[in-house]
Design a protein around this ligand. Structure first.
Ligand SMILES: *[C@@H]1O[C@H](CO)[C@@H](O)[C@H](O)[C@H]1NC(C)=O
Ligand SMILES: *[C@@H]1O[C@H](CO)[C@@H](O)[C@H](O)[C@H]1NC(C)=O
Ligand SMILES: *[C@@H]1O[C@H](CO)[C@@H](O)[C@H](O)[C@H]1NC(C)=O
Ligand SMILES: *[C@@H]1O[C@H](CO)[C@@H](O)[C@H](O)[C@H]1NC(C)=O
Ligand SMILES: [Ca+2]
Length: 375
């Protein structure tokens, strides 16, 4: 009996010691379809605890972003994850958002309100009304140590949180951002060499990059590696599983995928990479540590582009790559880790696990049947 008890204790404690602690994440998002797909990884991964989701202006309004997140939470039976609405405009106001409807649809997620789960007016009321995203970031990182802060939109909320409470940068474990660039590859299809999230609020991006060392998944990596990795995975595999979430992600990305085809672009992973690396850093297979800042000059091709100080690097002949030769101890040129290659198969695996996740509520356990819509 006692021997059994001892065995039991050893058994339980070994389980407790082998299972790694949960990755605690706050995700700041502008809630377009890419973000929603990436969020679905974090919300279903058993290694992750999503502490909160905060929303920001960007591809769509912060309010629409919150409604889109609420709809995803319903799809997953995860309505208990709190949503906080943040900044409605950039630090230097740019006025009303012009939604890129050809790509995103009017709501940022393909304009398919009838796709399951259907969009509901109540999605707009699901966010916490007591607290702004900025205060939520400040207070939740104070309540829970070691949070990974992931930015998938313009950096307005994160910049304001760091400004209002500089201790945030000491309390959190790390910041992982999808945004910016290091080779000047832009993605706004206008006369700009900036990446969208950084261009939407260059001043905020500047504040974040000069306040804290971050890990950045730059647009250049998404753009250059997307077509190459297409030989390794089928980017649409996770969209063709017979589950509710797979079908939902298929529906909300249909317009975006069609538009990408039209302009000759490959529909590859973007925000998903940031979430995957926040969960498991080994998903980043190659990175460069670079001192970097953000160009703020108005009316220039380069506003919002990341300025890189390549002179603070040196070629390493063994590794055949450039390596940082140390920080410059200048707040305007903090070093950041730019991910230049990633494990696309692992990102795809995480997405596949997400769409096949049984979910919490029973309705998610049932495979989605196109003829007998369940919701
Ligand atoms: C966002 O929603 C709030 C109510 O939650 C409302 O007061 C505000 O006017 C909305 N802002 C925009 C830009 O739609
Ligand atoms: C969702 O996608 C399925 C095919 O995967 C399609 O049959 C259905 O019409 C789509 N629904 C909407 C509302 O777009
Ligand atoms: C952090 O929490 C402590 C209590 O644990 C509290 O005294 C302090 O005011 C909090 N700070 C912020 C910024 O919320
Ligand atoms: C970029 O193009 C827009 C629209 O054609 C124009 O208004 C703007 O001045 C251009 N910017 C630069 C830096 O040339
Ligand atoms: Ca985004």
């Amino acid at each position: 009996m006692i021997r059994n008890l001892i065995f039991y204790c050893i058994f339980v404690s070994s389980i407790l010691t082998i299972s790694p602690p949960l990755v605690k994440i706050i995700i700041d998002t502008d809630g377009v379809y890419d973000d929603i797909r990436a969020l679905s990884i974090a919300l279903t991964n058993p290694k992750v605890e999503v502490i909160a989701i905060t929303t920001v202006h960007g591809g769509i309004s912060a309010n629409q972003s919150a409604a889109n997140v609420a709809r995803l939470l319903r799809a997953l039976g995860k309505e208990d994850v709190p949503i906080f609405i943040g900044s409605q405009d950039s630090l230097v106001p740019k006025g009303p958002i012009e939604v890129w409807e050809d790509l995103f649809g009017s709501d940022g997620i393909g304009g398919v309100p009838d796709a399951n789960p259907k969009a509901l007016p109540s999605d707009f009321t699901m966010a916490n009304k007591q607290k702004s995203a900025v205060d939520a970031i400040i207070e939740l990182t104070n309540l829970t140590g070691g949070i990974v802060l992931v930015g998938l939109g313009p950096l307005t909320n994160i910049a304001l949180a760091l400004r209002k409470d500089p201790e945030v940068s000491k309390r959190i474990k790390k910041v992982v951002l999808m945004g910016g660039n290091y080779l000047g590859i832009g993605n706004t299809l206008i006369n700009s060499t900036a990446e969208f999230n950084f261009l939407m609020d260059p001043e905020a991006a500047h504040i974040v990059l000069s306040s804290i060392h971050t890990t950045i998944i730059p647009w250049d990596t998404c753009f250059l590696k997307g077509p190459e990795y297409n030989e390794e995975v089928d980017y649409e595999e996770s969209l063709n599983q017979k589950t509710l979430l797979s079908n939902f992600l298929n529906n909300i990305t249909t317009r975006g995928r069609q538009y990408n085809k039209l302009i000759g672009q490959i529909y590859a992973f973007v925000d998903d990479i940031a979430i995957a690396i926040a969960i498991d850093r080994t998903v980043a297979t190659k990175s460069l540590k670079l001192c970097a800042s953000v160009e703020l000059e108005e009316k220039s091709f380069t506003r919002g582009q990341v300025a890189v100080d390549w002179l603070s690097t040196k070629y390493d002949p063994v590794d055949r790559s450039f390596k940082s030769i140390g920080d410059k101890n200048d707040a305007n040129w903090l070093s950041h880790t730019f991910v230049t290659e990633y494990d696309v198969k692992e990102v795809n695996k995480m997405l596949m696990e997400a769409v096949n996740h049984p979910g919490k509520s029973t309705k998610n356990n049932i495979k989605f049947d196109e003829k007998n819509s369940l919701l």
